[in-house]
Design a protein around this ligand. Sequence first.
Ligand SMILES: NC(=O)c1ccc[n+]([C@@H]2O[C@H](COP(=O)([O-])OP(=O)(O)OC[C@H]3O[C@@H](n4cnc5c(N)ncnc54)[C@H](O)[C@@H]3O)[C@@H](O)[C@H]2O)c1
Length: 266
Amino acid sequence: MTRIAGAVAIVTGAANGIGRATADSLARRGARLVLADIDAARLEEAAGAIRAAGGQALAIPLDLSEPDAFDRLRERTWAEYGTVDIVMNNVGVLVSGLPQDIPLAEWERIINLNLMGVVRSIHRFLPDLLAKGSGHIVNTASFAGLFPYAFDRLPYAATKGAIVTMTEGLALYLEPRGIGVTLLCPGPVRTAIGNTMRSFTEGLPLRGPGPQFAFREAGEVGEMVADAIASNRFFLPTDDLVRPLLAERGADMEAFLRAQAMAMAP
Ligand SMILES: NC(=O)c1ccc[n+]([C@@H]2O[C@H](COP(=O)([O-])OP(=O)(O)OC[C@H]3O[C@@H](n4cnc5c(N)ncnc54)[C@H](O)[C@@H]3O)[C@@H](O)[C@H]2O)c1
């Protein structure tokens, strides 16, 4: 079980939305933060707000799609704090379009950032956590990685599905070695993620996971993540109404897919 007070916590995608809210929650509980994001101005503002509230936060502006970004993130973290305890891999971007309209280069961009960003982070920080025999990893997936509800964001869904699988496997490996793992699966959360979305098919409506899912505030999700780290919880959907859907899918994948297809028929 990771003690948050005093822990060194890295959060990627920390300038906005869920990452920023989680950084705030962890800082309020006494963690020492390292915030990484490509949006340097908002990042400095986020770190400044934590410091103004009496916390510790280092802002490291980085494009996490670059191959050596995590080397630099680790170097700066060790130089400042001399250790690392919590790593939240949270960066994710959206792309929309019909499957045949999304260019291959865009698929590669999304896979490189959303999925390989998590892979490179794990590769960089796992030796540190294994050497300590403690710590906690949070990977941000999505409902999009848990069940099919749209065909307009396939690269995004594919990376999130891969994060789900990878995080489950990591938990098998790491839990017996003293390292906690949380799979954060947000449903709809009120953030500005749509602002950076590229679209490749005109007039394509964005399909959500279902009308039963209300938007959560990022602040609520930040608290959920901090609680999950403190209590070593693995599966963290932001809405428990997803559970019956997962049970239905598990019981009969064929019937579930047909029902989802019927629900989205024009
Ligand atoms: N908001 C939702 O409804 C929702 C739903 C499911 C999953 N998620 C997931 O939650 C995570 C956080 O999303 P959010 O909604 O808070 O979005 P957001 O856009 O508010 O935050 C994402 C952050 O990532 C940063 N970023 C983008 N590209 C980057 C890069 N190359 N290098 C470094 N930083 C980069 C952005 O500047 C931004 O601060 C994502 O992984 C997203 O897929 C969000």
